[in-house]
Design a protein around this ligand. Structure first.
Ligand code: CA
Length: 220
């Protein structure tokens, strides 16, 4: 899952990014509203964390512009203090949720996960099953039958992309875009390394390579 943080308080932005990266998210950070708008409109983000008082363009306008352009990713707005933020106005511009600073990091992560589950549609359950594979995206645990499979955060994130689109071919570029942040300029074949690791843990038949197209998770 790839997140964009648009927040001009650099220390807060970097600490959020560090914490969310440790949770297995790919996180990009920008400090200016206009740059945030461009980045959010171009990138394949699963969710945007958007401050309201920003240089360049304020968060309300960024949010409204994204919705006007047809972007439907969840947007979680941040506000510095009570009163700065008008909840009705924020929700009017198309934000999905908001948090007032100072907020608890644990609450932020819970809200982000809830928005991502809601976006996934259906029951909003954090547990996804494909055959005998069961992935709990909230507890971050994976079981194959009755056996628990221990994955690193990156392995988990790669598997999550395949599980969320099980039965479909997911391209290497797609996985790269959702799991690694834009600062990653290394070899795109890094995806293969993680797919190999997942095959070792889940069985070689779990992930099929579709030549020239990508990977497909097979029901086990
Ligand atoms: Ca601000």
């Amino acid at each position: 899952m790839r997140l964009l943080i648009v927040e001009d308080e650099k220390r807060l932005a970097m600490s959020l990014a560090g914490g969310l990266a440790a949770e297995g998210f790919a996180v990009d950070v920008v400090h200016d509203g206009l740059e945030g708008l461009h980045r959010a409109a171009e990138g394949a983000y699963d969710l945007v964390v958007l401050d309201i008082m920003l240089p360049g363009m304020n968060g309300y306008r960024v949010c409204a512009a994204l919705r006007a352009a047809g972007h439907e990713m969840p947007i979680l707005m941040l506000t510095a203090k009570d009163g700065e933020y008008d909840e009705a106005e924020g929700l009017d511009t198309g934000a999905d949720d908001y948090l007032t600073k100072p907020f608890s990091y644990v609450v932020l992560v819970a809200r982000i996960r809830a928005l991502l589950r809601r976006r996934g549609g259906g029951s909003g359950s954090p547990v996804v099953t494909v055959g005998s594979l069961r992935m709990d995206t909230a507890a971050r645990r994976v079981h194959l039958g009755s056996a628990e499979i221990t994955l690193t955060t990156k392995e988990f994130a790669v598997l999550e992309q395949l599980v969320l689109r099980s039965g479909q071919v997911v391209s290497k570029a797609d996985i790269l875009e959702h799991v690694w942040d834009f600062a990653y300029d290394g070899d795109p074949n890094i995806v293969e390394v993680y797919v190999s690791a997942l095959r070792r843990k889940l069985g070689a038949a779990a992930i099929r390579t579709v030549r020239g197209a990508g990977y497909r998770l097979e029901a086990l």
